[in-house]
Design a protein around this ligand. Structure first.
Ligand SMILES: [Ca+2]
Length: 178
């Protein structure tokens, strides 16, 4: 009776074997593939090579319409990012609030705003604007270009999301709140 050894770099029936018993490198200490990784090349005579699967580009999308409160003093925009690098997004993603570059224009004053990562989600954020008086505004959202290297190596982060609050946004808000 033989038993296959995990970590010896030869693979018969194990899911992966990259030649070690380390966790965090794609093939776990018990020879299972770790989340987000892809392993190839393992055979009875060769070990697996594991790589983190990453997309060609990061996309930022708006999850729903702009939410305005009854007093029209608070605008909430929910957005989603399709992928973040594991080095930034591990655990509760405490570093994620600084990930997005948000620029607000068109309003006659510059509203205060915050960007909040929604804990427990997969890369959902809420952008909250404090409005002194109702105004039409444009919100431009992108990944901070300074994060390109080293966090987003090989991934295009030039995608920009534009969110626009116009007369239709206010008409919808007053209909919802009446
Ligand atoms: Ca390993």
């Amino acid at each position: 009776m033989c038993t296959e050894i995990c970590g010896d770099g030869s693979r018969f029936v194990l899911i992966c074997d990259d030649g070690n018993r380390d966790d965090g490198d794609g093939c776990s200490g018990s020879c299972t593939i770790e989340t987000g990784f892809k392993c190839d090349g393992g055979s009875p005579t060769s070990r697996d090579i594991c790589n983190y699967t990453k997309p060609d580009a990061v996309r930022i999308t708006q999850v729903d319409q702009i939410q305005l409160d009854r007093n029209l003093t608070r605008a909430v925009m929910n957005i989603k990012v399709n992928w973040l690098p594991p080095g930034l997004a591990s655990g509760e993603c405490r570093r994620c609030n600084g990930l997005l570059l948000v620029t607000i224009s068109q309003c006659s004053y510059t509203p205060e705003f915050s960007v909040n990562y929604l804990s427990g989600t997969t890369y959902n954020f809420a952008i909250i604007l404090k409005l002194v008086t109702p105004c039409y505004f444009n919100v431009r959202v992108q990944i901070r270009p300074v994060l390109q290297t080293p966090h987003f190596t090989g991934v295009d982060i030039s995608n920009v999301l534009n969110i626009k609050a116009d007369s239709a946004t206010y008409a919808r808000a007053s209909a919802n709140n009446s």
